[in-house]
Design a protein around this ligand. Sequence first.
Ligand SMILES: Nc1nc2c(c(=O)[nH]1)N[C@H]1C(S)=C(S)[C@@H](COP(=O)(O)OP(=O)(O)OC[C@H]3O[C@@H](n4cnc5c(=O)[nH]c(N)nc54)[C@H](O)[C@@H]3O)O[C@H]1N2
Ligand SMILES: Nc1nc2c(c(=O)[nH]1)N[C@H]1C(S)=C(S)[C@@H](COP(=O)(O)OP(=O)(O)OC[C@H]3O[C@@H](n4cnc5c(=O)[nH]c(N)nc54)[C@H](O)[C@@H]3O)O[C@H]1N2
Ligand code: SF4
Ligand SMILES: [Mo]
Length: 750
Amino acid sequence: MGTWKPTACILCECNCGVEVELGGEDGRRLVRLRGDKRHPSSRGYACEKAHRLDFYQHGRDLLKRPLRRRADGTFEEIDWSTAIREVAERLARVRDTFGGESIFYYGGGGQGNHLPGAYGTGTRRALGSWFRSSALAQEKTGEFWVSDRVMGTATRADFEHCDVALFLGKNPWHSHSIPRARVTLKEIAKDPARTLIVVDPRRTETAELADIHLAVKPGTDAWLLSALLAVLLEEDLVDRAFLEAKVTGEAGVLEALRAVRIGEACSRAGVDAALVRKAARAIGRAKSLASFEDLGVQMNHHSTLVSYLHRVLIALTGSVGRPGTHYVPSPLVALAGGASRRKSPVAGATIVSGLVPCNVIAEEILTDHPKRYRAMIVEAANPAHSLADSKRMREALAALDTLVVIDVAMSETARLAHYVLPAATQFEKAEATFFNFDFPENYFHLRPRLFPPGEERLPEAEIHARLTEALGVVTEADYAPLRAAAREGLEAYAGVFLSTVLPDPRLSAQAPVLLYRTMDVPDDVREGAVVLGLCFRMAMESTQALARAGFAGAPMEAALALFRAIMTNPSGVVFAVGEWPEVLGRVKTADGKLHLDLPDMVAELRRLEGDPPPALDPSFPFVLSAGERRSFTANTIIRDPAWRKKDAAGALRISPADAARLGVGDGEPVRLTTKRGSLVVSVEISDSMQPGHVSLPNGLGTDYPADAGVEAVGVAPNELTAVEDRDPFVGTPWHKYVPARIEPLPATPR
Ligand SMILES: Nc1nc2c(c(=O)[nH]1)N[C@H]1C(S)=C(S)[C@@H](COP(=O)(O)OP(=O)(O)OC[C@H]3O[C@@H](n4cnc5c(=O)[nH]c(N)nc54)[C@H](O)[C@@H]3O)O[C@H]1N2
Ligand SMILES: Nc1nc2c(c(=O)[nH]1)N[C@H]1C(S)=C(S)[C@@H](COP(=O)(O)OP(=O)(O)OC[C@H]3O[C@@H](n4cnc5c(=O)[nH]c(N)nc54)[C@H](O)[C@@H]3O)O[C@H]1N2
Ligand code: SF4
Ligand SMILES: [Mo]
């Protein structure tokens, strides 16, 4: 038997703690995995996907050495010093010719790795790069924008203790996003006193467990929610005390809701009005409501309005600040934010949480505009696959003066790069995620590396340190005093760091690199050095929560104790303990109340009455949801199609009625066509689908080196999507509502 080591699963945002038995000839195979009972959040839980993580560590297209593209499009291997020198020179030339703001940064982390983004700030500042984005700007920015205006902050909900659980366009059975999702869902489902409500056109695995499944017609959630809220008002199921004490500016939205014709709105949403009333009563009478909106509504028509109506529901039912309702998390790093004063340079798009909407990136490159992006650094992301309209995205990436990709594998984006820099995998370096949203106990998990990097891969921390050194912004002279202090111990080091680095703008801009280069820490957690800065901030801002978690004392003392705990607890640490009565105090509006007076959203709501539901062109009679989460999907984190134990082909799900009408049988190929593309895919006939709605998995159709050349299994959803199909306010894409046509094909003879 080999040794078991703690780490985390990196396949979804939960990052469950797992223990791995290492084996194989070189001790680098992830032979067996099990949930780690010591992990503060997952407590031994892990789903089926974690057991297949060896496919990530042993992909055939894992990068080995830096690559430089030749004129003919092929790649040659180069050594690290050449790679760093040339990348720094080329990016510096773009900066000096067109300004640093023409260098765009995309990514910074995926589902389990957020330290690259922290270290990447060093390189970005050295280059004067300001505009950036990530996948969050094609899903969560609408919710962030609305939440920020209503509450000055975002919320999460306590499903473990709720009376009623509501999922809007979310299938947590497969997509998780809440700790120990299946355990929690089953507990709610089996308790007759608790109610599970699912709003989803498909009878998903979560909907199967639900007490009430509101099977909306795709793209009509705004009507459904307006009807549900109107019932709450009509039947006086609102929390008046909460409204009076904690909510302001509600008059306009309440008036608009009172005008909603409930029967009409339900029929537009395709849902029985009696069932909507039943749901509204369950919600209105509940002691506590926990709710979660996700991609089914966030990547769909009226997405910002739905996010707003969701906040209205939370406000009307007083679902904040009590066990089983919403809370305001205290993450180590704040990912959610509001709109910037600045707009994107070419399209003038609203920037939320510092992120340019993903759907405008291509148009900010493919133009003669003097402020266009000329170079791009892509780190731990695969935009050539994951952004709308892959064809256009490929054109945009090809039009750049310089594209640098930092990845572990030869992704679709890496194939288009001028330079590909091979990063150590998430098991070859210390890593952590900033998706820390638990409450009352919040945790942080710095995973020590399982083994050193293979081949010539380097951790991103090292890559960015070398880049900033090559750019000349930090030198050995800057390191020397910190190194000397490090030899005296952590207290001395922290003292020198605070007194010399923070007051100096040049040095503080490079704080992550300085910490990484000079701190005295063991090799297996070296990349965790940057976390010291976060510990200081937490100790200043959340003194009480930290003290309850055992990190008491003056800020310096608490910060260092927390940092030591993080560096020495390989299964994670509870760093903050909140209390429910504090939650409303974390609402960041001037008067501490929830502000419902968002005139643009109320106007949208009023328009709904007159608006017809999104209509389909007769030549594209199906609604395609492009990118469903299934049992074996994980964005493009694992590229080997063999990892998928179920649904190996990544089939298009279609209702039995539609399949019969088209004359296609289970497993047979069809041609799937949208205004942007046409692909062949095999179908899975599923009675979970409503007629007129079809669904493709996400993350498939990636190229993978197989024995007989490169193969791609399933289809890449964004070959079919279009950039202009997006939310008018914040630009999030309508990936779950892609008008499509399906034509049967003769089955291929075997
Ligand atoms: N297995 C697995 N888990 C994952 C991931 C993964 O790739 N694989 N990815 C992770 C990531 S990055 C994210 S963001 C989350 C996303 O998690 P989810 O949002 O749960 O994922 P999806 O399956 O894309 O979409 C959810 C549901 O939206 C429904 N839907 C489609 N159209 C509509 C509509 O018009 N109205 C409503 N109400 N619903 C609609 C779909 O039927 C689907 O069940 O999952 C995370 N977890
Ligand atoms: N049509 C459609 N498109 C979608 C979606 C959809 O539902 N439908 N969902 C969207 C959503 S919610 C999301 S979150 C995005 C996800 O899309 P992206 O954010 O682009 O993420 P991934 O596709 O997972 O790409 C992650 C990359 O990181 C690399 N990687 C893995 N580990 C490391 C590491 O340690 N270091 C480095 N440097 N690289 C590493 C992987 O090889 C991979 O190339 O897709 C979005 N795109
Ligand atoms: S895929 Fe998500 S829920 Fe499943 S084990 Fe990994 S982190 Fe946990
Ligand atoms: Mo996502």
